[in-house]
Design a protein around this ligand. Structure first.
Ligand code: KG4
Ligand code: ZN
Length: 335
């Protein structure tokens, strides 16, 4: 089966051709450079960019796959959560292709799709597993029983972890997006005499929910009281922030495994690209004999291949959408 995947929930325009878990092509272009000066994604700019580049990205994905549009058997598209205008561009394109080719259409949840990025390169991921989604918009833990059958165990009550990286970068004047630059500055700030620490928010001993707004505010107050912080101090703040942000993720992912008696964690989302998270989680999990799966770097950020792989798996389980599929900006990852 040949699946066309389309992703336009935020600032990446992505189109892919996949077949089961094999990626034949995965083309992504991003409007991130246009949002930089605003310190965050401007929805209208993102939508216009999707509109401008959709056809080019679509043609590029078909060409790179070595297939023709006539080979497409299924169209999978992100229908939420995300920016409504941005989602609508992808959905309109998906409906047009599905209608023109007379092939089925399936709407895919973007948050859950992040968990399927690891399936694109890993062969042996068997259910059940604990899914940890760490992106710019979401931070959540799932108990995944099967494709389309998951339970949400906990999620952020305020900011997402990626959002915290972005806001802290803004506070420190480091630009947007915050993740990569904070990771870089944090590794430069690993001095022995770094005494800065920030609070870790656990929300109770057995809670699997997250909260990142307190940590962000703690960084803000620290930055405000530090007059003219030099490069070294900013590096130290980045390091202290990152350690606090990641410790909670690591501890709660391992706690979820213990609570559910599961020995596998599958991680997805932009923050999964963070090497410190990869190291910390892998070593903590190893101590409890838990195996951790991270997506390859190129599949951590938003892309269409993860939409295609989940869409096809759902289709094979009997799930279908129709021409009335709509954009659902607040779509939840329900069971
Ligand atoms: O999954 P994604 O591409 O978009 C959403 O679905 O939200 O994630 C983007 C987020 C941004 O907040 C960005 O700062 C963060 O992922 N990010 C990182 C890193 N690379 C990207 N966070 C921490 N460390 C990184 N290396
Ligand atoms: Zn995403």
């Amino acid at each position: 089966m040949i699946t066309l995947g389309i992703e336009t929930s935020c600032d990446e325009t992505g189109v892919s051709i996949t077949s089961a878990e094999r990626v034949l092509s995965n083309v992504v272009t991003s409007s991130v450079h246009l949002h930089k000066k605003y310190g965050g994604v401007v929805p209208e700019i993102a939508s216009r960019y999707h509109l401008e580049y959709m056809i080019e990205v679509f043609s590029g994905a078909i060409e790179a796959s070595g297939k023709s549009s006539k080979d497409i058997d299924l169209v999978a598209v992100t229908n939420g959560p995300g920016l409504v205008g941005a989602l609508l561009i992808g959905i309109s394109m998906a409906k047009s292709v599905s209608y023109a080719l007379g092939v089925p259409l399936i709407g895919v949840n973007h948050i859950l799709a992040h968990l399927y990025s690891s399936f694109l390169t890993e062969e042996d991921i068997a259910f059940p597993f604990i899914g940890l989604v760490v992106s710019g918009g979401h931070t959540a833990l799932f108990y995944c029983r099967d494709v389309g059958d998951q339970e949400i165990l906990g999620q952020t009550q305020d900011d997402a972890v990626g959002e915290a990286y972005d806001k802290v970068a803004k506070i420190l004047g480091l630009g947007y997006p915050g993740g990569p630059v904070i990771e870089k500055r944090a590794s430069a700030g690993s001095r022995e005499d770094n005494t800065i620490t920030f609070p870790r928010s656990y929300l109770g001993k057995d809670s699997l929910d997250f909260s990142y707004s307190g940590l962000k505010t703690a960084v803000l107050y620290y930055a405000q009281k530090t007059k003219n912080p030099d490069r070294r101090i900013i590096n130290d703040i980045c390091r202290a922030f990152q350690e606090a942000a990641l410790d909670v993720l690591v501890d709660k992912a391992c706690l979820a495994c213990n609570m559910r008696g599961v020995k596998k964690i599958v991680v997805g989302g932009g923050v999964a690209a963070n090497s410190r998270l990869r190291n910390k989680l892998s070593s903590a999990a190893k101590e409890s004999d838990i195996k951790v799966y991270f997506p390859e770097m190129r599949y951590c950020m938003d892309n269409a291949a993860m939409i295609g792989v989940l869409g096809e798996a759902l289709y094979k389980k009997g799930y279908r959408s129709d021409i009335y599929l709509t954009a659902e900006p607040n779509l939840e990852a329900r069971s």
